[in-house]
Design a protein around this ligand. Structure first.
Ligand SMILES: [Zn+2]
Length: 128
């Protein structure tokens, strides 16, 4: 069954069995996990970082950008917005390819360690 709501669970490590309708958030590993909102039962892992997914919590949970499960058979695509699943249209094969390429470009542009990124920005800003 398609989910319409998702509630956050803040955990250190993810449980072996994820419950549908729950978004497990591990601050320690900067990662969130949930069962695909389409109801297919597959696990969806979203690494949290400025270059990947950004999670905001205000009592409800929001993840941006949208979650496109292109690698899953369902290829579902949705946004988690204030605890609500907002379904987005499915992408075509070309759009999925473009999306993957742009994801890689973003990841290439931002190093894994934000500390280093800030260091480099600071150096660039202060260099004369
Ligand atoms: Zn699915």
């Amino acid at each position: 069954m398609k989910e319409t709501r998702i509630v956050p669970e803040f955990v250190t490590a993810f449980p072996a069995e994820l419950e549908p309708g729950h978004l497990y958030v591990s601050a320690r590993f900067s990662t969130a996990a949930h069962l695909c909102a389409c109801g297919c039962g597959r696990e969806v892992i979203t690494p949290l970082s400025p270059a990947q997914w950004v999670l905001t919590f205000d009592g409800t949970v929001t993840i941006w950008p949208s979650i496109g499960n292109w690698a899953l058979p369902c290829q579902s695509h949705y946004v988690i917005d204030h605890g609500t699943i907002k379904w987005a249209r499915n992408f075509t094969r070309d759009e999925i390819q473009l999306n993957r390429e742009s994801d890689h470009r973003i990841l290439d542009a931002v190093p894994a360690s934000q500390g280093r990124w800030w260091d480099r920005l600071l150096r660039r800003l202060t260099a004369r």
